[in-house]
Structures are given as structure tokens and as C-alpha cells.
Design a protein around this ligand. Structure first.
Ligand code: SAH
Length: 336
């Protein structure tokens, strides 16, 4: 197997170039000898053309788990290219891998489990994902491999979240959104979070900012998990969280005004007027909108704001694809 011999001072630059050209062999480790480093490379005549000193050196293999792999490339060993096209995105929540299996791949479930376990050796459960059901947005899952549980602890943005996929909504893909909001929030703010679930938004924000948060959730199981999560993260939190068990449409009218309201609105629920009425400065309103109706959605918010005698600016950001042409969006509303 090949390696190239470079001066120590050149090694970092060479490694970057080799990676960029796809010639670096990440399965083996580099080795230092005196003032030189041997970098593992793939066998390619281009290396000599680039002026590298290619030598036959045995470099040690990295342990399997350190080698970067993705599910598609791993499964290419077992699935046909046609089958691979049907492979969907998957999520890892704590030690549970969650994947949607389309009918075209039903007969390949065992291979998919094998692939997931190779890419994520630490997973203990593989669950097949159905659709969100009912007002509490709980998904249907069936366990296709491993321990018979849908509970786990998921780490995200510096907090630990106890999750029970069979009892409460949780979406790990919103990690970036939670981080974005935590950056926007300023110390000292009072924040309202309706539809709070098991408190992922509240905890991530309170982890980074010294704020007072009031969160509201109706699903008793999500509420119970949320309370546990506050305890679990107690030592890490800079802010405070008050958690109310109840219906947003009954609880909010009784609450005061807040500097910022964050509404991870469930699909099909219209809480715009209510959440806007509680916001003094900012509202982040999540909604599912067809791309051809984004401007309409924006105008609707501006008009609703005017109805209460206020002006606002609205920026609508696409957060994720929901289905073709329909996006989950977040309207960032600044009230003037
Ligand atoms: N913010 C959480 C949950 C979003 S899903 C997260 O991102 O993980 C929407 C949540 O709203 C669910 O947990 C559901 O149980 C809750 N919910 C639905 N209708 C509600 C209502 N009328 N009052 C309070 N909570 C409600």
C-alpha cells in the first residue's frame, strides 16, 4: 500500500490537498519518522504527476469505527443502484436509529439494519417511522431491530433530552433552529414558548442565556418528560423555566406579555393571532406553507399585526422540506 513522504512542515498542507483531490486514504493512520511524515494515499499515478514522493510503506489501519462511512456507501455492497434510490434520510435519536422504509425496500429491512449498525455501532434500537398522528403529533413506530423500547436520552446543543418517541413529539432535525434562536436571544429577556413539547427549545435557550421562560404543553407525557429534562439539565442552565401543563388556547389569554414568543406550531393549528398578541418585540412562528403562498403568509402576519394597532417586519425562512413544494418555515417577526 502506498504512502507519500513529506516534510513535517508540509504535512498539513499536503493532507488538505490530498483530501480535496480524493487521494487521501482515511482508513490508515499517518506515521512520523524524524523530520518526515508518511501520509496514507490511494494508488493513483496522479500523485507522481503532482510531484509527490510515493513510497511503499505499511501504515497501520484505523479501528473500524473511526472510519467515516455513510449509509448509502455501506449499503452499496448489498443493494442494487435502483434500490439505493429509494433509501430515505434517517435520524439518530440517542441510541435509536429511526428510518422510513418505503414499500420498494421492505424486503431489504435486514440489510438496512446491518448498514445502520455499521455506520452507527452504538445504536441499540432501529425503528421504522410512520406518520405524525393526532393533536400531540406522535408518530407511529415499529421496532425492527434491538431492544424493545422507544425511550432514550438524546444530546443536542449542550443539553440532554429524555425522549419517548411513542409518547411525545421530538424532532432532532430542528437542532440548527434551536441553536439559531439561542443566538438571537439576549440575556434578561422574558420568553413564551407555547407547544413546548418535552422542552427542547426552552432548554437549549436557557442553557446559553440568562432568561425567564414560560412554556406550555398539553400532552401530559410530554409535560412529564419536560419536567424531568429540567431536572436532568439543572446544573447547566443559566436561565429559568416555568412549565405549564394546559391548552395553549386556554392558558395564553391569562398570561402577561413577553419580549419574545416562540411558537413551534403543530401542523394544521392556527395560533398566529394568539401568539402575536402576547409578543412585545419578537415572534418566531413556525408553519407549513406551500412555496407559492409564502408572500401571502407574510402579508397575513403584517395584517394581523396592524389589526392590533402595531407595525412589524417579517422575514420568512425555509427550515426544512415537508413534502414537494411545501416547506416548514419560520416567520421571524419584529414588532416595531
Ligand atoms: N416544541 C416541541 C414540540 C412541537 S410539536 C418540539 O419542537 O419538539 C407540537 C406540540 O404541541 C406537541 O408536543 C403537542 O402535544 C403540543 N400541542 C398540540 N396542541 C396543543 C394545545 N392546544 N396546547 C398545548 N400544546 C399543544
Amino acid at each position: 500500500m502506498s504512502a507519500i513522504k513529506v516534510k513535517k512542515s508540509e504535512a498539513e498542507r499536503a493532507k488538505r490537498e490530498l483530501k480535496r483531490l480524493g487521494l487521501y486514504d482515511g482508513r490508515r493512520r499517518p506515521q512520523v519518522e524524524g523530520d518526515f511524515v508518511f501520509l496514507p494515499v490511494l494508488n493513483d499515478p496522479m500523485l507522481r504527476e503532482l510531484g509527490y514522493d510515493v513510497v511503499p510503506v505499511e501504515l497501520p489501519m484505523r479501528p473500524e469505527r473511526q472510519i467515516y462511512k455513510n449509509l448509502e456507501s455501506v449499503l452499496a455492497e448489498r443493494l442494487t443502484p435502483g434500490e439505493l434510490q429509494h433509501l430515505r434520510r434517517y435520524d439518530v435519536v440517542g441510541d435509536i436509529a429511526v428510518i422510513q422504509i418505503p414499500p420498494e425496500l421492505e424486503h431489504r429491512v435486514d440489510d438496512i439494519v446491518w448498514g445502520l449498525r455499521r455506520v452507527h455501532p452504538f445504536i441499540r434500537v432501529v425503528a421504522k417511522k410512520g406518520f405524525h398522528e393526532g393533536a400531540f403529533r406522535i408518530r407511529e413506530y415499529s421496532i425492527i431491530w434491538g431492544e424493545k423500547r422507544l425511550t432514550t436520552v438524546h444530546k443536542e446543543n449542550g443539553v440532554e433530552l429524555r425522549v419517548d418517541l411513542s409518547k411525545a413529539f421530538f424532532n432532532p432535525r430542528m437542532k440548527g433552529e434551536r441553536y439559531r434562536l439561542a443566538q438571537l436571544v439576549k440575556d434578561g429577556e422574558r420568553i413564551l414558548i407555547p407547544f413546548a413539547g418535552l422542552l427542547p427549545y426552552a432548554l437549549v435557550i436557557a442553557r446559553y442565556k440568562n432568561v425567564k421562560i414560560t412554556a406550555v404543553e398539553l400532552n401530559e407525557e410530554a409535560y412529564r418528560l419536560g419536567l424531568e429534562n429540567v431536572e436532568l439539565n439543572r446544573k447547566r442552565l443559566r436561565g429559568e423555566i416555568e412549565f405549564i401543563h394546559g391548552d395553549v388556547f386556554e392558558v395564553l389569554p391569562e398570561l402577561p406579555y413577553y419580549d419574545r414568543v416562540i411558537s413551534p406550531t403543530p401542523r394544521g393549528v392556527d395560533a398566529l393571532a394568539l401568539t402575536l398578541s402576547k409578543a412585545k418585540k419578537c415572534l418566531h412562528y413556525y408553519n407549513f406553507v406551500h412555496e407559492s403562498r409564502i408572500a401571502e403568509f407574510k402579508n397575513c402576519i403584517i395584517n394581523e399585526c396592524r389589526r392590533t394597532g402595531r407595525e412589524c417586519t417579517v422575514r420568512v425562512k425555509k427550515v426544512s422540506d415537508f413534502k414537494p413544494h411545501v416547506f416548514k418555515v419560520c416567520a421571524d417577526v419584529s414588532i416595531l
